[in-house]
Design a protein around this ligand. Structure first.
Ligand code: C2E
Ligand code: CA
Ligand code: CA
Length: 514
């Protein structure tokens, strides 16, 4: 331990030493040869006074040193306590941090709950936190986090812990709850507290969150595994996008592990261009001629087998790779389309996520230009949900495509909003009647009526109508009679590889010659 002398200390010490030297010299106690005393000899009765001055000086010096050392020690202890707090506390919200949480989790894992009770570990993740940061700035984001910490704290019992473990993620450790229902009750109280209005950046907002819950004890519990299980449950809760809670269970775990594997495999397959477009013909119901092909993504995995496009398209959307996938597929589709007769159109599915990016129209145009396909030969298929999610962005993207001569089809018509507003306001060229109606036309009178009404609606508005999912000639005949001009379905063909499409034209010619 090192103590530094202050200027005052040093002065006092030198003063005391000078006085002592003077006294010693004056009383001839210490005479150096050749050194002549500087002053007259001191009187004997002055000695006690000088001794007292010297003692007082030394005492004062010692007292000051002691006081300084004490102050220094207190400051050091305070700084150490602060550092300790900082190591265990989140600076923004004052909540315990991850380190502190792990300590509490270790304790929860090591001390199993009393009979009939459970410990609950809940991971809370705010919904729309990124939006608050993006729209209102990081100050508002911080405010939201502080409010969250306070509200969660107000909802839990004394003795329970709420820690912030990073970003907008908080964890509650509630020990000795009477039952799993109490855990549900606690989570609901948290969601309710969060949902109360609050002012953030001068605007009234309501916070919402997903909560994933893992109950202790379980076999092989560790702090890490407990958090992982709560995270798995959270992942599921978050898919709803609303205030929800989910408990961990084995089926959920399996689902999430499979999803993880699919995501990993998808990234690999995308990089290796393993996902290919196949093409399903769209035929003129009057002439039975192919007038176009719809590109449908196909992924045959070496061990997992054929993976349905709906599954991997959803993964691509989730992880922000849908545009990359779409670009790859469209590029390959354009190359195939260039081998078809001029009048044969390429239909290509766009994901709702793509329509939210206002630059997507131009990037699609650049891509088809690079591949040498005329925009007039391309039709994009969109669903109504894409129009609803961000109407302005969709209008912008579709406007760019339309202006360039690309036509627009509304897919799966009849299943979604089936809104006349969309039909009128989005300058569409075609509707595609969903296959669920076409397939049940035979069995259900109601479906047949719906198909008739949808064909009437489309043709009445001057739109081309395609019926999807035609599997039998009875439906084909019925649709033709209703005035539906085009159809698609297993009756004509399933989706085939690019190489096989050309064989289809050859067969068509042969058929005509025969
Ligand atoms: P969709 O756009 O409605 O595509 C039509 C689906 O109906 C295809 O399923 C097709 O194989 C199936 N289908 C066609 N005719 C029949 C029939 O007669 N009977 C039956 N039962 N089914 C028939 P697929 O290929 O599994 O695609 C499913 C969905 O995945 C597509 O529905 C589309 O929404 C999406 N999808 C496929 N490829 C892509 C893609 O490249 N990009 C995007 N964004 N979505 C895609
Ligand atoms: Ca489609
Ligand atoms: Ca469809």
């Amino acid at each position: 331990m090192r103590h530094r002398l202050t200027l005052q200390d040093t002065g006092m010490l030198i003063g005391a030493l000078l006085v002592s030297a003077y006294v010693l010299l004056e009383v001839d106690v210490f005479v150096v040869e050749g050194v002549k005393p500087a002053a007259e000899s001191i009187e004997a009765d002055e000695l006690p006074i000088l001794g007292m001055v010297l003692s007082v000086g030394l005492l004062l010096f010692a007292w000051r040193r002691m006081r300084a050392q004490k102050q220094e020690a207190t400051a050091r202890m305070e700084a150490q306590a602060k550092l300790r707090d900082m190591a265990f506390q989140d600076a923004l919200t004052g909540s315990p941090n991850r380190r502190c949480l792990i300590e509490r989790l270790s304790m929860a894992v090591a001390s199993p709950p009393a009979a009939g009770t459970v410990h609950a570990v809940m991971v809370i993740d705010l919904n729309g936190f990124k939006r608050i940061n993006d729209v209102f700035g990081h100050g508002a984001g911080d405010q939201a986090l502080v409010t969250t910490a306070q509200r969660v704290l107000s909802a839990i019992r004394d003795g329970d812990m709420v820690a912030r473990i990073g970003g907008d993620e908080f964890v509650i450790v509630a020990m000795q709850l009477p039952s799993s229902e109490s855990a549900t009750g606690l989570a609901l109280r948290v969601l309710e507290a969060l949902g109360k209005p609050t002012m953030i950046a001068g605007v009234e907002q309501r916070l919402s969150a997903g909560i994933g819950i893992c109950l202790l004890p379980f076999d092989g519990a560790t702090p890490d595994e407990t958090l992982r299980r709560a995270d798995v449950a959270l992942y599921k809760a978050k898919t709803t996008g609303q205030s929800t809670l989910r408990f961990f269970d084995d089926a959920l775990d399996k689902q999430v592990r499979e999803r993880d594997e699919l995501e990993r495999e998808f990234r690999r397959a995308l990089a290796a261009c393993e996902i290919q477009p196949f093409f399903q013909p769209i035929v003129d119901l009057e002439t039975s001629k192919i007038i176009g092909f719809e590109a449908l993504a196909r992924w045959r995995h070496a061990t997992l087998g054929e993976i349905p496009p709906e599954r991997f398209v959803a993964v691509a959307e989730d992880i922000g790779l849908i545009t990359t996938l779409s670009d790859q597929l469209l590029s390959m589709s354009c190359k195939a389309a260039l081998t078809w007769p001029e009048h044969v159109r390429l239909s290509f599915n766009l994901s709702p996520v793509e329509l939210r990016d206002i630059n997507r129209g131009q990037s699609l145009l650049d891509l088809i230009a690079k591949n040498g396909l005329s925009p007039k030969r391309l039709e994009v298929e969109i669903t109504e949900s894409a129009l609803v999610r961000d109407m302005n962005a969709a209008r912008c993207v579709l406007g760019t495509l339309r202006d360039a001569g690309i036509s627009i089809a509304l897919d799966d018509f009849g299943t979604g909003y089936s809104s006349l507003y969309h039909l009128r306001n989005f300058k569409l060229d075609r509707i595609k009647i969903d296959r669920s109606f076409v397939q049940s036309m035979q069995k259900e009178r109601e479906s047949a009526e719906i198909v008739a009404a949808l064909v009437g609606l489309g043709t009445g508005l001057g739109l081309a109508v395609t019926a999807e999912g035609i599997e039998g000639t009875t439906e084909e005949d019925r649709l033709r009679d209703l005035g539906c001009a085009q159809g698609q379905g297993f009756l004509f063909s399933r989706a085939v590889s690019a190489a096989e499409t050309n064989q289809m034209f050859a067969d068509e010619v042969d058929h005509r010659c025969a």
